[in-house]
Design a protein. Structure first.
Length: 106
């Protein structure tokens, strides 16, 4: 069964980017079109009440790849309340802006 919250996040990331170049766990050999957003699930956070889980959140590592050092995509994603900017690095003249995104399952 597909994760409905991940698909919702995927659609939100496409809206932030303004194109369909959003990739979930692409294989290394996959040729991506820039600018793009790449993301992968990194953790699941459960909040408990007694012996029950009352809230579950998925944690994603999200990277904006863009040749533009002043990428508007980074600015748009940084304004989302579920995104925390982590760091930036440049590899092969492509900016990689890393975020941690916490997205509720419900």
């Amino acid at each position: 069964m597909m994760n409905a919250s991940r698909l919702k996040l995927h659609e939100e990331l496409k809206a932030i980017l303004g194109t369909n170049n959003v990739y979930f766990q692409p294989p290394e050999s996959f040729k991506m079109v820039l600018p793009c957003i790449v993301y992968t699930r990194s953790n699941i956070k459960n909040e408990h009440a007694g012996d029950n889980i009352y809230k579950q959140s998925y944690i994603y590592d999200v990277t904006v790849l863009d040749k533009n050092p002043d990428s508007e995509i980074v600015e748009r994603l940084s304004k989302k309340n579920y995104a925390v900017y982590e760091r930036r690095y440049v590899l092969n003249n492509i900016g990689h802006d890393k975020f941690t995104v916490t997205y509720n399952k419900n």
